[in-house]
Design a protein around this ligand. Sequence first.
Ligand SMILES: Cc1ncc(COP(=O)(O)O)c(C=O)c1O
Length: 347
Amino acid sequence: MNVRTQVTNRPQAIAATRIADNVLDLVGQTPMVRLPRYLDRADVNLIAKVEALNPGGSAKDRPARHMIESALKDGRLKAGDTVVESSSGNMGIGLAQVCGVHGLKFICVVDPNAQSQNVAIIRALGGVIELVNHAPDGDFLAARLDRVAALLQEDSDRFWPNQYANLDNPESHELGTIAEIDTTLGGRIDVLFVACSSTGTARGCRDYLRRMGRKTKVVAVDAMGSTLFNGTAGPRKISGMGAGRIPALAKGQEFDDLVRVSDITCVAGCRRAVAREGLLVGGSGGGVLEAVRGMQDELAGQTVAAIIHDSGSRYLGTVFDPEWVERELGVCEADVIAMAGLAPENS
Ligand SMILES: Cc1ncc(COP(=O)(O)O)c(C=O)c1O
């Protein structure tokens, strides 16, 4: 028997879509979305900047593009050269994308802790993966940086963007991320929450807001176990947020407030964003949203912007895998749901 579904097509006004010149032209102008159900109180106007909707899937598309295009502009880099960077995540993906558009080669130095999904994306985007297998004293960051230095030595046509010291990193957020948020909200942002690693995002946002004379309070969100902001080094299992050693960009940086979140708090935030808002946020995004929730009473009546750096689709084998959470963080799913403030049937 044929079953027919009756569909009524109503004519709709369709707005013309802008045709980008190339994929990099799609970096930025990311959407913002209200999150009316995330918090327990309705009188906080919480708005998220969805950076996952950059073409490479994260906020790192912005500094990747800006660092490379600045270097191309001033001659530090030319077509056919090779970009070398140590990254196993969003920056590696962003750089692979930029290099593809500009006819550059890309070598990405990773270690065995890199998530295989990210490595696969970098490779698929044409990046060459250089795996560092061995680290004296287990310090893989030092081992990766040593390999970067060795690769740069081998050939003079190689360029290291060095996101942890490059001022084009914060500048990309000053020119883009926060300018977009501020313009959209007509300059009326009471509090901005930003996750930190290189501190490029938070620095760029704060510098723009101060330059514009805004009174916006900038809250840095960092991981427990991160050494940023006089933190004590400790184990961290969720990639993206925090730093094992203080990056040059972060030295001396101060923000209006600091919230430290644990790995499990990030997981709880990710579960809550899905259950309450249908939004699949990455680990640092979960941490940022929980930092807002922790301060919600003092945020009553205010407009709060939260930058969500990437999507939960990058964390399916970690944050969104209850077995991984129980094994690595020692918390069962029922307890995660309780921490997220969700009734079991909502989860
Ligand atoms: C998922 C995620 N969140 C937050 C951050 C922190 O951004 P920034 O390096 O600009 O401080 C990063 C940086 O790698 C990231 O990948």
